[in-house]
Design a protein around this ligand. Structure first.
Ligand SMILES: NC(=O)c1ccc[n+]([C@@H]2O[C@H](COP(=O)([O-])OP(=O)(O)OC[C@H]3O[C@@H](n4cnc5c(N)ncnc54)[C@H](OP(=O)(O)O)[C@@H]3O)[C@@H](O)[C@H]2O)c1
Length: 329
């Protein structure tokens, strides 16, 4: 089988033996994978959980079951599946140790991958492999970030990355009002097309937290899907107002910014929840929701397996609007 492994910061395609599924394992014939911010960080050796060496990259995939090992009852050959982001977090609280795809164990940029049957979920027929492969990291993160969102609440999303676009789409499905930030007019138009009620250009309006207050009659956002981290958190606190908003602490695409003022945090009364994507149960809950409220993942571009390097470059350019997908013939 063909796989990609990083070598000195670039991806190199190699031929390796196709794994045999062992007891409890499922051999997946990968049909599509997708890229997330973490995959660039890992390739660049810049991830806090780095130490990946030459592990196969990518955390997200969809495919079909090629074979099952002894004792597997959840799946059979021919079933359509996608992976849960965490191979060993089934449900409940976050386990003490987790082994990430691409930074603790081989990921999914390969023609075949054998994993424990418990690490997979069924891919509904309503979703293509390309669409299924967009879900395990970004969509599940958006889902857990918005857990419990109520109709009429104001959800603030930051930028047009994978997590933020799914958060916008899911928030609208739940009847929320969405205020979204971005950095270009073209992306602003796309956010409006996807249902954003208010769009703020964070480059033209560096004090965008105040703009969120203005757009909400001074009250602020009820929920913030905080993907910017150091670069956005101070403004997010302004946007949160003082009414005990929920801030889902997701990421750090804005790598540096002003320090957070404790009194601002105190005044906001915000609840801050650290998100770690979600469990397999969260993934299954999302798929159940999508069965009754279908949603079309925003896909920017699809690259064939042989052009996986170009997919990474497209994603790195930040010109993409939506998920970058790699298909496996
Ligand atoms: N904790 C978790 O469970 C979890 C799960 C998934 C992801 N994450 C983290 O969440 C973050 C987003 O991941 P992703 O895969 O969705 O990223 P992505 O697709 O790479 O998102 C990139 C986008 O971020 C936006 N951005 C960059 N700087 C920004 C800023 N200062 N303010 C607002 N937006 C900014 C840009 O949007 P515009 O082009 O529109 O400006 C850019 O296109 C990453 O830090 C990732 O590591 C965490």
């Amino acid at each position: 089988m063909r796989v990609y492994r990083p070598e000195a910061g670039s991806l190199v395609q190699r031929e390796e033996p196709t794994p045999e599924p062992r007891r409890g394992e499922v051999l997946v014939r990968v049909r599509a994978t997708s890229l997330n911010y973490r995959d660039l960080l890992i390739l660049d050796g810049d991830h806090f959980a780095t130490g990946s060496g030459s592990l196969i990259p990518l955390s997200d995939a969809a495919g079909e079951v090629a074979a099952v090992g002894e004792g597997v009852t959840r799946f059979k050959a021919g079933d359509r599946v996608l992976n849960a982001f965490h191979s060993d977090w089934i449900a409940g609280r976050l386990p003490g140790t987790l082994t990430g795809y691409g930074n603790g164990q081989d990921g999914w940029l390969a023609e075949y991958r054998a994993v424990g049957g418990h690490a997979l979920v069924a891919l509904p027929d309503s979703l293509s492999y390309e669409q299924g492969a967009t879900l395990p990291c970004a969509a599940v993160t958006a889902w857990t970030s918005l857990g419990g969102v109520k109709p009429g609440e104001v959800v603030l999303t930051l930028g047009t990355g994978g997590v933020s676009l799914f958060a916008l789409q899911l928030a609208k499905q739940h009847g929320a009002r969405v205020v979204a930030t971005t950095s270009s007019a073209a992306k602003a138009a796309k956010l409006t097309e996807l249902g954003a009620d208010v769009v703020i250009d964070y480059t033209a309006t560096p004090e965008w937290g105040k703009a969120v207050l203005d757009a909400t009659g001074g009250r602020g956002a009820d929920r913030i899907v905080e993907v910017g981290g150091p670069g956005t958190f101070a403004q997010s606190l302004v946007a949160a107002g003082t009414h005990h908003a929920d801030i889902a602490l997701v990421g750090f695409v804005g790598r540096s910014g002003p320090p957070v003022d404790f009194m601002d945090l105190f005044r906001s009364g915000a609840t801050i929840r650290k998100i770690w994507v979600g469990s397999r149960e969260d993934t299954e809950d999302l798929l159940r929701w999508l069965a009754v409220r279908p949603l079309e993942p925003v896909v920017d571009s699809v690259f064939p397996f042989d052009d996986a390097g170009a997919a990474f470059e497209r994603f790195r350019s930040r010109r993409n609007l939506g998920k970058v997908v790699v298909t496996v013939p």
